[in-house]
Design a protein around this ligand. Structure first.
Ligand SMILES: NC(=O)c1ccc[n+]([C@@H]2O[C@H](COP(=O)([O-])OP(=O)(O)OC[C@H]3O[C@@H](n4cnc5c(N)ncnc54)[C@H](O)[C@@H]3O)[C@@H](O)[C@H]2O)c1
Length: 343
């Protein structure tokens, strides 16, 4: 076995703990240093994960450490500067979603990494959930024929604001934070998008942005899909954080429903499969499907680095998902169809 790749994590907040747990379980990587501008967070996380080398300033981290990659787990305002810093030091970089605050920033980040010749992956993990991978594999068997309609849906009343209070304060909320994942799953399952329209609402009066979005997408091969998400939908049992999928094809249908049940119906009958994710030793319900997807995307990154191949959710790929977010906001505010080519 070759020497593990030397990584650093920048941003040691709420979600980074999942990333640090997953890195610890991946033998091909060692996190040699962490960075957070909050010194208290550095002590807490450094002690919990036994990482002695700690920085409050990312510039110092890059200046002093020899790194094979860096994993940026900060919130969006710092992403561009940190990705450009990594590129300037020729360090391959993973960046959390939302990749950037604007398409201009995202394109500049992709260009900076291209110019430096370093790989760039966006931590777009939803498509790496094992249940979503099972849906993709089932479509690819051809059992339901040619898909002509799809729906990807995430509806919940889970209180995301207690763990991530910043989500309540931005003028944009559900499309930018959660819809971005669901739109990426739609691209992953149904192909790229030519145009979309959207309607949004804010139901929760205590937050600034929209908490309900309904989007309709035209895909390149003619399939139509609905992508809908809500944090204002009370259900029992609470499905958070499951993503549901419906696909109608020329030979049958597929449904991924609550409890990770994958149902396929064709003229030959109906089959039901349990595609529940495993509960990793450090994971906790109900987050375990997301936590497993973190492990899978990080393993994918290491394989891509070792083989010199472009990661599935590279910066370049994620420009197309980010464009759907921008198109959805434009479509909602102007009540019109927005071509992705306009973005
Ligand atoms: N992929 C997923 O499933 C998923 C889930 C939750 C959050 N996220 C994303 O993860 C990112 C982080 O979210 P969070 O909820 O953990 O946020 P958080 O605020 O809890 O943590 C961010 C941390 O980054 C640090 N930080 C910010 N700017 C910095 C800088 N320039 N240098 C060093 N440290 C800096 C902060 O001090 C903080 O500790 C967000 O972009 C969010 O959208 C992704």
């Amino acid at each position: 076995m070759s020497t593990p790749l030397r990584g650093a994590v920048i941003g040691c907040g709420f979600f980074a703990l999942n990333q640090l747990h997953a890195w610890r379980d991946l033998p091909d990587a060692t996190i040699v240093a962490i960075c957070d501008r909050d010194p208290a967070r550095l002590v807490e996380v450094g002690d919990a994960f036994d990482i002695a080398t700690r920085y409050t300033d990312a510039a110092d981290l890059f200046a002093r450490e020899r790194l094979d990659f860096v994993d940026i787990a900060t919130t969006v305002p710092s992403h561009r500067a940190l990705v450009e810093l990594a590129a300037a030091h020729c360090v391959p970089v993973i960046c959390q979603k939302p990749f950037a605050a604007s398409m201009a920033d995202a394109r500049a980040m992709v260009a900076a990494c291209d110019a430096a010749g370093v790989p760039l992956m966006v931590h777009e993990n939803f498509r790496w959930q094992s249940a979503i991978l099972a849906v993709k594999a089932a479509i690819e068997t051809g059992r339901i024929g040619q898909p002509f309609w799809g729906r990807v849906s995430f509806r919940s009343a889970y209180d995301v604001f207690s763990g991530q209070p910043y989500l309540a304060t931005g003028s944009r909320f559900i499309i930018e934070d959660l819809g971005i994942h669901v739109l990426d799953v739609a691209r992953f399952l149904f192909g790229d998008v030519t145009r979309l329209t959207a309607r949004t609402r804010r139901v929760n009066p205590a937050i600034a942005g929209e908490d309900v979005a309904t989007m309709m997408l035209d895909h390149v091969d003619g399939l139509t899909s609905i992508v809908d998400c809500s944090y204002a939908t009370r259900l029992a049992p609470e499905p958070f954080p499951e993503t549901f999928v419906e696909v109608d094809g020329s030979l049958g249908t597929l449904r991924l429903s609550q409890g990770y049940r994958l149902t396929i119906t064709t003229v030959d009958g109906t089959s039901v499969e349990d595609v529940s994710p495993p509960l990793l030793p450090w994971a906790s319900r109900p987050w375990h499907n997301i936590q497993e997807s973190v492990m899978l995307i990080q393993r994918h990154w290491l394989a891509a680095l070792r083989t010199g191949t472009e990661p599935a959710t590279s910066g370049r790929d994620n420009l197309k998902t980010l464009a759907l977010v921008e198109a959805a906001y434009a479509g909602a505010s102007e009540e019109r169809w927005v071509a992705t080519a306009e973005i």
